[in-house]
Design a protein around this ligand. Structure first.
Ligand code: ASP
Length: 585
């Protein structure tokens, strides 16, 4: 080894020991007769002192030639520091250098490699290997490794087998576009990269593997939104001979284990909420339940009182904002402007201040009496000092708008405490969702999800009303996982493809292998996949998944470091029998 110990290990306990350290020069400070170097490796920082009186002259000269990020090996003695640094684990000691070897010189890095950096995000992505030397980035990767290990330990202890599934597959429709890979040996044919190993894990159940898991890369060619990655990691799981309840309990167990192991937090409750209830109470199928501000539908209290803005609307719905009755006109106007932005698209807000003396002041005083407003307060559970905000419009749109406002207010009021963890299950999702554009049903989860057995008859008559044994695991307002009990018989699967608008030929061409497998003794099964990137970010108290990915892509799906995607040369194209057409528009 080029070292006897690491840069994070030495304390007063090793006083007087001769040690050899290797690492990167983070910083040098030259005071003339003494020179200090902060030496960094994965484990920490250790201060090295070169001193004219005690360090050999040639070593002193060599030290003066060191630049930032030089890779060096230092030999020396552990001594007590004169001015100690209580913020560093090695802050009580320094190494009095006796020998120095430059293992590699370095160009001046394009940004400062310290906890606080002057590098912009794009520059740091381009030089990601330098950014990874910074403690906050490094610690995120170490944290991710700890979380993955805890997951593996839990699942292995519960008899899950880690099985790898292929990356070069046939496309699986899960709602996004596939990334495709041309096949050189099969002219004109393409593989697809998996959006998830969905069909493979089901086939593993048909193969009798019983309990499967994989921490696996998935690929979705979606229009990129902020904080989405075209390739991301799932904790993908499947179980045989289970009902929904078994899966909920198993993965409640996983999250409980992680929160305990990683955060030292005990989860007291793990509520379950139907999709319908989540939409009604929070306007959202991934509610953040760490704070109240539940929706109250005010239709019966607010309609037909002469305020015709409300009378015509499908839904009138309000929330109570805690201790916000003191908001000024200006503050309220700002909220109104916020909901009117095109991204939210609301028409406006009606407000009611619940004064401390029990009286009400509102933007609709002309139409509603104090008694009316008292009823609104009761419905929204507003207390004196709170502010009620009310929206109206089409049910779905208004719920979405009020939900966005609720989250924004919670952010502004500091109610989204990253150290508090409130998981829940959202269950009973609709099986299908109607798509206005294509005028057909889409599978809300995916086409392999089973309808509720007791609603099978409704598939033909009222498909839109059928619910699925599908569930999402939600944590602090984020969907961190989703899954379902699967269809395991060919007849139901065929019916499902038919409902989704596949002709029997199309279904056979795309999923013949699955329907065939279902004829060879497919057991009842179900599963779930959790998004590892998001889960790690939330456990780490942050919301940006990019910070927890070693080599992330930017918002346009580019890897700035290796500069991908990129053109390929004519010969490669030729081998793949791909002729690029010039764009005509
Ligand atoms: N394959 C699904 C997904 O990626 C998860 C599941 O149903 O297990 O969302």
């Amino acid at each position: 080894m080029l070292r006897t110990t690491t840069c994070g290990a030495l304390t007063l306990a090793q006083l007087g020991e001769e040690v050899t350290l290797s690492g990167w020069v983070q910083k040098t400070r030259d005071k003339g007769f003494v020179l200090w170097v902060d030496l960094r490796d994965r484990y920490g920082l250790t201060q090295i002192i070169f001193d004219e009186e005690r360090t050999p002259k040639e070593v002193m000269d060599q030290a003066r030639s060191l630049g930032r990020e030089f890779v060096i090996q230092v030999q020396g003695t552990v001594i007590e520091r004169e001015s100690k640094n209580p913020n560093m684990s090695t802050g009580d000691i320094e190494i009095l250098a006796t020998a120095l070897t430059v293992l590699n010189a370095a160009k001046t890095p394009p940004f400062t490699i310290e906890n606080e950096t002057d590098g912009g995000e794009e520059l740091r992505m381009q030089y990601r290997y330098l950014d990874i030397r910074r403690k906050p980035v490094r610690e995120n990767l170490v944290f991710r490794s700890r979380v993955s290990l805890a997951i593996r330990n839990y699942l292995s202890a519960h008899d899950f087998i880690d099985v790898e599934t292929p990356y070069l597959i046939k496309s699986t429709p899960e709602g996004a576009r596939d990334f495709v890979v041309p096949s050189r040996m099969n002219t004109g044919q393409f593989y697809a990269l998996p959006q998830s190993p969905q069909t493979f894990k089901q086939l593993l159940m048909v193969g009798g593997m019983d309990k499967y898991f994989q921490i696996v890369k998935c690929f979705r060619d979606e229009d990129l939104r902020a904080d989405r990655q075209p390739e991301f990691t799932q904790i993908d799981c499947e179980m045989t001979f289970v009902e929904q309840e078994d899966i909920l309990q198993q993965f409640e167990g996983l999250l409980t284990h992680l929160l305990k192991e990683i955060k030292g937090v005990d989860v007291a409750t793990f509520p379950r909420m139907t999709y319908a209830e989540a939409m009604q109470k929070y306007g959202n199928d991934k509610p953040d339940i760490r704070f109240g501000m539940e929706f109250a539908e005010l239709d019966s209290l607010a309609k037909n009182k002469g305020f015709n803005v409300f009378d015509q609307q499908e839904l009138v719905v309000g929330i109570a904002v805690p201790e916000a009755a003191s908001y000024t006109r200006k503050q309220i106007d700002k909220l109104i402007d916020w909901v009117k932005r095109p991204q939210i698209g609301a028409n406006g807000l009606v407000w009611v201040k619940c004064n401390e003396d029990g009286s009400y002041k509102s933007s609709v005083d002309k139409f509603y009496s104090q008694e009316d407003l008292a009823q609104w307060a009761e419905a929204t559970k507003a207390k004196p000092g709170d502010l009620i905000l009310v929206m109206a419009g089409g049910t779905q749109a208004t719920r979405t708008q009020l939900s966005a406002l609720r989250m924004e207010l919670a952010e502004q009021l500091g109610l989204r405490n990253p150290n508090e963890f409130a998981p829940l299950w959202v269950v009973d999702f609709p099986l299908l969702e109607w798509d206005e554009e294509s005028k057909r049903y889409h599978a809300m989860h995916h086409p392999f999800t089973a309808p509720k057995p007791e609603q099978m008859d409704m598939l033909a008559s009222e498909p839109g009303a059928v619910n699925a044994n599908a569930y999402d695991l939600v944590l602090n307002g984020n969907e961190i996982g989703g899954g379902s009990i699967r269809i395991h018989d060919a007849a139901t699967q065929e019916k499902m493809f038919d409902l989704l608008g596949f002709s029997p030929e199309e279904a056979k061409a795309q999923f013949g292998f699955l329907m065939e497998a279902f004829q060879y003794g497919a057991p009842p099964h179900g599963g779930i996949a959790l998004g590892l990137d998001r889960l790690v970010a939330i456990l780490g108290g942050q919301e940006t998944i990019r910070d927890f990915i070693a080599f992330p892509k930017n918002n346009s799906g580019r890897d700035l470091m290796i500069d991908a995607p990129s053109p390929i040369d004519a010969q490669q194209l030729d081998e793949l029998s791909i002729a690029l057409q010039p764009k005509t528009d």
